[in-house]
Design a protein around this ligand. Structure first.
Ligand code: NAD
Ligand code: TYD
Length: 354
């Protein structure tokens, strides 16, 4: 048996592949386009491991996907591949439309043809297409609204969330119309090892250590619901094993926090683990900057369906997970050095120049 993972060189996908192969001998075919966010270094510990088959390619390349499906005969396809950064989607939405919508469509078409060609109903019933999505499709909450449940209306506000919403709808339609055995997960904000430092948490850890400003958009009172990436991976495994076909599962850790509090927490941990030479707190580097256009005020996930139906529970609280994360960045300087150089550095410099 084999699974096919897309986007497995990105933040969540690489954590998923590493965790999967740590707990199972079932091989993983890992298809990734290696965009700026894809990093083969995340998978360095799998070098020479026969259970990991890396393929450089695009989910929108139907011929390649069809060939991989026929060659490796996976029992499941897990779609992590996406353009994932809201700020980038505001500056240039086209790649988001291309990968998240058109790419997912081509992937679904190839998978449907593969699934249709199974010779028995048993094979057809046992196959799974698991689509990894986000809570951002539900829009923004006020402080007093209840957390997002699976029945919330889709109200995406950014080009990123709109493109993910469209892909979720395609996945739903392939189940409803063609009977494709799909599962969808909508998860809150992740953090942890291998997180690309354009997102709030890794950006602020690295900026703090490099003596740079810690940019807080607007008043910093926007709320996100944070989940340690390994807990997201365990939820996906659980949904793959036991999720009901065609169902959507929200994934979250009941950890709502305002951005400013998150950054202050990071600073306190860094003050303890690697104090600044001048004895001041890293929090003195916090700098309030112009707000993000259309910035969603609050996300919060109600994960009770996943907890009740499938018995899933996160292993980390925000306090334990964030400490592990800060320690990971301190312990992995070569990874940090490589990711902070080259094309990414050029992009950051251009961002802050305007
Ligand atoms: P990421 O940007 O770190 O990684 C995305 C990966 O997909 C990269 O390796 C990239 O090279 C690859 N990719 C991009 N376009 C591709 C294409 N056309 N074909 C093949 N590969 C392609 O993203 P992430 O944070 O790991 O997110 C993974 C998935 O989880 C996404 O679908 C995202 O919407 C979803 N998600 C992310 C979060 C979060 O907090 N990061 C939360 C909930 C859901
Ligand atoms: P981000 O990590 O980009 O994830 P998302 O936009 O998908 O939630 O941002 C998390 C929150 O932090 C979001 O409210 C925007 C805010 N933010 C900042 O205040 N400063 C920053 O430099 C970044 C990247 C994000």
């Amino acid at each position: 048996m084999t699974i096919l993972v897309t986007g497995g060189a990105g933040f969540i996908g690489s954590n998923f592949v590493l965790d999967w192969l740590a707990g199972s001998d079932e091989p993983v075919v890992n298809l990734d386009k290696l965009t700026y966010a894809g990093n083969k270094e995340n998978l360095a510990s799998l070098e020479g491991d026969q259970r990991h088959i890396f393929v450089h390619g695009d989910i929108g390349d139907a011929a390649l996907i069809s060939r991989l499906l026929v060659e490796h005969k996976p029992r499941a396809v897990l779609n992590f591949a996406a353009e994932s950064h809201v700020d980038r989607s505001i500056h240039g939405p086209e790649d988001f439309i291309q990968t998240n919508i058109v790419g997912t469509f081509h992937l679904l078409e190839s998978v449907r043809a593969y699934w249709n060609a199974f010779s028995s109903d048993t094979e057809r019933n046992d196959f799974r297409f698991l689509h990894v999505s986000t809570d951002e499709v539900y829009g923004s909450l006020s402080r007093t609204d209840p957390a997002f449940s699976e029945t919330n209306r889709y109200e995406p506000n950014s080009p990123y969330s709109a493109s993910k919403a469209a892909s979720d709808h395609l996945v739903r339609a392939y189940h409803h119309t063609y009977g494709l055995p799909v599962l969808t997960t909508n998860c809150s904000n992740n953090y942890g090892p291998y997180h690309f430092p354009e997102k709030l948490i890794p950006l602020c850890i690295l900026n703090a250590l490099q003596g740079k400003d810690l940019p807080i958009y607007g008043d910093g009172q926007q709320i996100r619901d944070w989940l340690y990436v390994k807990d997201h991976c365990s939820a996906i495994r659980r949904v793959l094993e036991g999720g009901r076909l065609g169902e959507v599962y929200n994934v979250g850790g009941w950890n709502e926090k305002a951005n400013l509090d998150v950054v202050n927490d990071l600073c306190s941990i860094l003050d303890e683990l690697q104090p600044r030479a001048d004895g001041n707190s890293y929090s003195t580097q916090i700098s309030f900057v112009k707000d993000r256009a259309g910035h969603d005020r609050r996300y919060a996930i109600d994960a009770s369906k996943l907890e009740k139906e499938l018995g899933w529970k996160p292993a980390e609280t925000f306090e334990t997970g964030i400490r592990k994360t800060v320690q990971w960045y301190l312990d992995n300087q070569p990874w940090v050095d490589n990711i902070s150089s080259g094309a990414y550095k050029d992009w950051v410099n251009k961002q802050y120049a305007v």
